[in-house]
Every structure is written in C-alpha cells, then in structure tokens.
Design a protein around this ligand. Structure first.
Ligand SMILES: Cc1ncc(COP(=O)(O)O)c(C=O)c1O
Length: 355
C-alpha cells in the first residue's frame, strides 16, 4: 500500500513524477521536431534516476556544474558528461584526469590560467586528450571571454597545446536575449573557421528560452536544466504554468500568531532566500493571494490578509519555490509522488557536491 503524502514529515520535497515526465517528454518532443540535441543540466534534480531518464528519452549526454556532481553521475554509469566550469588547483585537476579516464568528457576554459592547468595535467595524455570548449560571455555577465577575437586567441592556445583539443564554444545566454547570443556565436564561429579552427561543438542552453532553441541554428546542443521541474520564476516568465511545476516543498503551519499571519516550518534552509526578482519567497499552492514575506532559517512567515481562505495550525501546505535547483541541494532525500501517493523516496545523490 503506497504511503499517502499526508504521512510525510515536513518540511520535505515532493516531486510529482507524472509532471516531471511530461516536462521531459514535451521538451524532447520539441527538440526532436526541430532537430535540436539536448544535453540536460542535472544541477536541477541531482538524481541519477532522472539523468538516465533524460538519456533514455533522447538526450545526447548530460551537463554537470561541478566536478563532484560529475563524479556522482559517472559512478551511476553515465558515460558522456559536459562540465562547463573553469577547473583549477592540483587536487581538482587530478580528479578531473581520473574522471576523463572513465567517461567521455568535455570542460570549458575562459583564460590562459585555466588552459595552463589543463595542459600541465594532460601533458602526457596525447592518446586521450582533454576536450576543451571556450566559455563565451554573450551578455549574461557571468564567466566567459568577452569578444569573438578573444575566443579565437584562446582557441589557438588550446589547439597548439599537447594533451588538449579545442572542442568549440559554450555559453549560458542572457535570459530573453538568445538572439544577441546567437549573433555573438555566429561571429565567433566565422572567425574561428577563418583561423582554421572550426568549432566542432557550440553549446548553449537555459530553460527561459528553451522553446526558442531552434532559432540558434548554429548551436550543436542545448542545455536546459530547470525544465524538468520548472519553478515560480519560470511561471512568472511565462515559460510554464503552475500546473507544470513538479517540485513542491510540503510544509506545516506551526503557528498562527495573528488573524492574518501564519508561520510554517520551512525557512531559508528549505526554500532558499532566492527571490530572482520576484516578491515573496514562493507561491502557497491553493492560496494565490498569500504572500511569503519573510523567512528565518527554520520559519517562513506568510501574510494571509488578502486571502479569504486561511489555514489553521497543523494544516499542511504546498509551496512552489522561486528557484527549484538550490532547493534540491538542501534536502538529503526527495519523495517521488504520483497524485497523493509516495512512489519512492530517493537520496539526492549529487547534493552538496559543490567541490
Ligand atoms: C552552464 C549552464 N548551463 C545550463 C544551465 C541550465 O539552465 P536552466 O536551469 O535555466 O535551464 C545552467 C543554469 O544555471 C548553467 O549554468
């Protein structure tokens, strides 16, 4: 007899399996229809089970943000991993070399310093060189070389270094401006071709512009992450509906200190403090006018003054968090549910692997 979600201790994460599956399938159908190759980012779920499902549905490999996450996924049998991160320091580079022996691997660099670290580590690996893509800042203001000419200069350095191969370009485009990123990548790809260093792979991504992925025809792969669960920030952007969102935090009302205020047993250690430009720390499902206006570590403060319906002490609520990915990192386990029943409780294998 499956467990009912009312028997789960709160706060906890519940993942609606049917919704997650529908989200994955919809994105893969879109990708298949448009000839887009998906390389999903597993930072959102951190679960080998979902990474394997993404591959079964047609993904060409996975993306991990940290070496530790990639090690967990390799241990689970995943064979093709992109690690778009500037990796440095001897211990970490030694781990990278071990990982490169086990899986098909690509990494990124955006500076001579990072390339030099890879070069020193893989100097004796001419038979199995490290595939290095160049991270490009196409407007998001994160890591990345700043101009297509900088990309060409770094590509030359990678291509002329024993133990390394120049793999192409990678970017995390600014949300809502995939056209600007496309222009940047097209210019860089043309300059690389002129320099005799064609970009084999051009990797872009992001759930905010997932449904426009096909417009960046020059890209060879697309890395969506949050699309498996979606979250309140993506609902606010119009990328998904609340109904599509697969991850909720289940909480209990532990106090009703005033007629309008409720305190729940989930604060920043369960919901994170991420606002992502929104007001309030999440949506209380079924109470659209409630506002999660404040949090301490273990308490969430909710204003129900605009809500006709108000919960009682002891009531359980579902919260749709602003940002699903860091919530996954806060829980040892998540409950996979179908409707109101727990199908399975799984360890979040790659949580905390920020090294
Ligand atoms: C390098 C990289 N690729 C892909 C993604 C996935 O983005 P999203 O969660 O918006 O789908 C991220 C998210 O931060 C990222 O950093």
């Amino acid at each position: 007899m499956p467990r009912h979600i009312d028997t789960l201790q709160t706060p906890c994460v519940v993942i609606d399996l049917d919704k997650a599956e529908a989200n994955l399938q919809r994105a893969q159908d879109y990708a298949d229809a448009h000839g887009v190759r998906l390389r999903p980012h597993i930072k959102t779920h951190k679960l080998p089970l979902f990474a394997k499902r993404q591959l079964e549905l047609g993904a060409i490999g996975i993306t991990c943000q940290k070496l530790g996450e990639a090690e967990v996924m390799a241990d689970a049998g995943i064979e093709d991993i992109f690690l778009p991160y500037n990796l440095m320091a001897p211990e970490k580079l030694a781990r990278l070399k071990d990982l490169a022996r086990r899986v098909t691997l690509a990494v990124t660099a955006d500076s001579d310093y990072v390339v030099d670290g890879y070069a020193a580590t893989f100097a004796d690996s001419a038979d199995a060189p490290l595939n290095v893509l160049i991270e490009c800042d196409t407007g998001a203001g994160r890591c990345g070389v700043q101009t297509p000419d900088d990309a060409v200069a770094l590509a030359r350095r990678i291509a002329s270094t024993p133990g390394l191969v120049f793999g192409g370009l990678m970017t995390y485009p600014p949300a809502g401006n995939s056209a600007g990123a496309r222009q940047w990548l097209e210019e860089a790809a043309a300059k690389l071709a002129d320099a005799g260093l064609p970009a084999k792979a051009i990797s872009t991504g992001g759930t905010p512009d997932l449904w426009r992925a096909h417009e960046t025809a020059i890209a060879t792969e697309y890395r969506p992450g949050t699309y498996i669960y979606y979250d309140r920030s993506l609902v606010a952007r119009g990328v998904a509906t609340e109904e599509d969102c697969a991850l909720n935090v289940l909480v209990t009302v532990v106090s009703r200190p005033t007629a309008d205020r409720a305190i729940v047993d989930a604060g920043s250690k369960a919901l994170t403090s991420d606002l992502l430009g929104l007001s309030g720390y999440g949506t209380v499902m079924g109470y659209p006018d409630a506002v999660i206006y404040g949090m301490s570590e273990e308490h969430g403060n909710i204003d129900f003054s605009a809500s006709a319906k108000k919960p009682k002490v002891g009531d359980r609520l579902r919260i749709l968090p602003n940002h699903a990915c860091p919530v996954s990192n806060l829980f040892d386990h998540v409950h996979l549910v179908s409707g109101d029943h727990v199908v399975e409780t799984v360890a979040v294998a790659a949580r905390g692997r920020v090294d």
